[in-house]
Ligand binder design. Structure first.
Ligand SMILES: Cc1ncc(COP(=O)(O)O)c(C=O)c1O
Length: 385
């Protein structure tokens, strides 16, 4: 991600906090849905001098994570395979740096999570050949086969459910094919970043890639379902590598925010994550549908998009001659509506005819008004449809 892209994201996050601005830019959950009452009770229960002291990462939370991974994701794991991290972001940074030091190449999707682009920024400038990019929309396992050489080692980073930014969910068969390829070619490791697994709008949910291969690390997070400021995520993977990552982590932060871990462990013990998530999903589904309705009504008829099965985003494609980076700051200041141009989520993309829209942060009224405004702005800046 260029410095300009970082600047765009910083500016968007700052603008998102302004009262008269409607933001579809940042990937934030709806703060009115945080389980404040239950978390307050958990916090009071665990607030003790012991829990405010330096302590080992919460064993209880690791066990809770094992339980939820088993019951929600069919992934059987043990506490020694889990590293608790300060959010998924820290987990991704640790994993990517660990493998880069071991001379792995990194394969990413053409459009990918901007936080990972940030991690890769320096490496993409110093040794651009280390980064391979999978073209948007093609079969992943076939592309992996094509891109990788037997003599080299690779990590493939992806978001299997409600991908950020493309909103795609990898099919069950594709997951198995990717896992099969990783198992066969011991030189490929998968980093499966899955913060949106929980926010699933369909009955059918697929098991993670990590279930099908040992050459994979699963990265989870409570940010999108409970609250991002708790900064609690986790990595599941090979015990020895988990120990090394723990050392790498401790070098930079000494200890996790263990107080947040105690709160979460209590919350998961006493309350039902399932019913909390069910509530979130119902509201987010309605928001998603309202945004789709608005896009159908106010956006140019040639726009293409998929209805997301998971997550928080709609990724809208415009014809290739339309450059959505060109006026998006003008649209922000004149129309007070924010979106993220696809280019911000890409290391190599020159043309910029994609738009990432977040539908979870804005309220219903803002979604209706914001999409109408955005449609008018697009009409104005792109000379009619
Ligand atoms: C795909 C993806 N991975 C990781 C993160 C970071 O999550 P956390 O808050 O747990 O660090 C995000 C946040 O937007 C994300 O979209």
């Amino acid at each position: 991600m260029s410095n300009t892209s970082e600047l765009i994201i910083q500016t968007m996050i700052k603008l998102s906090c302004k009262k008269d601005v409607i933001s579809f830019a940042a990937g934030l959950p709806d703060s009115s849905l945080f389980p404040i009452n239950d978390l307050s009770k958990s916090m009071l229960r665990v607030c003790s001098s012991h829990n405010l002291q330096y302590t080992a990462p919460s064993f209880k939370l690791k066990n809770k994570i094992c339980k939820i991974m088993d019951s929600f994701l069919n992934l059987n794991t043990h506490s020694e395979n889990i590293l608790l991290t300060n959010g998924a972001q820290q987990g991704l940074s640790l994993l990517i740096n660990f493998f880069l030091k071991k001379h792995y190449n990194i394969v990413i999707d053409q459009y990918t999570y901007p936080g990972v682009i940030q991690i890769l920024n320096e490496i993409s400038q110093l040794t651009p050949n280390k980064i391979k990019i999978l073209e948007y929309g093609i079969s992943i396992h076939k592309a992996l086969k094509k891109i990788t050489k037997d003599s080299e080692k690779y990590i493939y980073y992806t978001v299997p459910n409600g991908h950020n930014p493309t909103s795609k969910t990898i099919s069950k068969d594709e997951r198995k094919e990717i896992a099969k390829f990783a198992d066969k070619n011991q030189n490929l490791v998968i980093i499966e970043d899955d913060p949106y697994h929980w926010i699933c709008y369909n009955e059918e949910r697929y098991d993670p890639i990590t279930k099908y291969t040992k050459n994979s690390f699963y990265v989870g997070s409570f940010s999108k379902i409970i609250g991002p400021s708790l900064r609690t995520g986790w990595i599941i993977g090979d015990t020895e590598i988990i120990k090394t990552l723990q050392n790498m982590k401790d070098m930079s932060d000494l200890n996790n925010a263990t107080f947040a871990q105690h709160i979460l462990a209590d919350y998961l013990e006493v309350y039902s994550l399932e019913s909390h998530v069910a509530k979130l999903k119902n509201i987010y589904r309605e928001k998603r549908d309202l945004m789709i309705e608005g896009i159908k009504k106010y956006f140019p008829p040639y726009c293409k998009y998929e209805i997301p099965h998971h997550g928080m985003f709609i990724f809208v494609e415009f014809p290739s001659h339309i450059n959505l980076s060109k006026y998006h700051m003008d649209i922000a200041s004149e129309y007070k509506v924010l979106y993220i141009p696809g280019k911000t989520c890409s290391l190599n993309k020159e043309s910029d005819n994609f738009m990432r829209l977040n539908f979870t942060l804005a309220n219903f009224d803002q979604i209706s008004k914001g999409i109408e405004k955005l449609g008018k702005a697009l009409y104005y800046y792109y000379n009619g449809f």
